[in-house]
Design a protein around this ligand. Structure first.
Ligand SMILES: [Zn+2]
Length: 325
């Protein structure tokens, strides 16, 4: 199923049907009750949309509207960043490769993950190259939608369509109490008031997806039973005077926040007590984060998923206040 946040679904149903928010929420609750709570509110909203003949998701080819679960999507954009091609060994011993690049359009940017034969195209890409991706599949990775290219996908450089230059998008500073879950990339700044223990999870050494415990063995949907690699995340509470909010930092961002290496992080998994002093060291430190607000549906709260971390620079902050004042 395509994972669309409930508020977005309600908005779509509202626009297409003319029903009020109240009416739609009542219908959703009624549907959940009728089905004895066997479905989620999102599931109920899907059913109601179907009953009303409303198509909830239709890829319009814009990057910001990509949703995990979409198949056969087409996107047009320009390359903004190219990463290295990574080679690995598949579970059956055969070599595989994968490479990523970032593609941007006027609505946002997304990671394009090029598996196998598609990886070589990275050698022909540089920032600004116009690209058309066809029959891609959207998957979620660390809270972001990214497009995966498989055997059926196609990628075309310099397509016939006119693709505008991607303007440097200026990232706006927001206060925590202004954050909205609209997928917009923003900057926040505040004081760390709490640092939580890192969380570790088992990942596939080949494709980095999270592994499932299948009868006591770590298993990847694509690569079968594997020896797990570890990924991790760290949460902090950030306070900016308007609000405090949980900021979620995945691997690289966690390392940056704590000034630690992957090796250090993996050691904390084995020796959690060594992590304790960091909790006091980081208290009261100011950081700047770039990322997006996202609803954690499990805890029903808004969190900030960071994709860049900087130590706040006091002079820059003072200049900012003076310019605004
Ligand atoms: Zn895998």
């Amino acid at each position: 199923m395509i994972r669309m946040p409930l508020p977005d679904m309600i908005t779509k149903i509202k626009e297409a049907s003319g029903l009020s928010d109240e009416d739609i929420k009542t219908k959703i609750d009624a549907k959940c009750t009728a089905l004895s709570g066997l479905i989620s509110k999102e599931g109920a909203a899907h059913i109601i949309a179907n009953e009303l003949g409303i198509k909830l998701v239709e890829s319009n080819g814009k990057i910001k509207d990509l949703l995990p679960g979409m198949r056969n999507i087409q996107v047009l954009g320009r390359v903004t960043q190219v990463y290295e091609i990574r080679e690995f060994q598949r579970a059956d011993g055969t070599p595989g490769k994968v490479g990523n690049f970032l593609l941007g359009d006027e609505t946002g940017s997304t990671r394009i993950v090029c598996w196998g034969k598609h990886a070589d195209i990275l050698n022909e890409l540089s920032p600004g190259t116009p690209v058309k991706v066809m029959s891609g599949q959207v998957r979620e990775n660390r809270g972001y939608a990214e497009v995966h290219l498989n055997d059926y996908s196609k990628i075309q450089l310099n397509p016939e369509e006119h693709i505008p230059e991607v303007a440097e998008r200026k990232i706006e500073r927001k206060q925590l109490n202004e954050l909205q879950e609209n997928g917009q990339e923003v900057e926040v700044m505040g004081t760390v008031v709490q640092l939580f223990d890192p969380k570790y999870f088992e990942t596939c050494p080949q494709c980095s997806t999270r592994l499932k415990d299948v009868e006591g063995q770590w298993s990847c949907g694509q690569h079968g039973t594997v020896e797990p690699d570890y990924s991790y995340l760290v949460n902090v509470f950030l306070d900016d005077g308007t609000e405090n909010m949980r900021v979620v930092l995945f691997r690289n961002q966690a390392e940056q926040l704590l000034s630690k290496t992957k090796e250090d992080m993996l050691n904390y998994r084995l020796e959690p007590a060594n992590f304790e002093p960091l909790k006091t060291e980081l208290l009261g430190e100011q950081f700047k984060f770039i990322g997006r607000a996202k609803r954690n549906t499990f805890f029903d709260r808004i969190e900030f998923i960071a994709n860049k971390v900087y130590k706040a620079n006091p002079e820059e902050e003072i200049a900012r206040i003076e310019n605004n004042g």
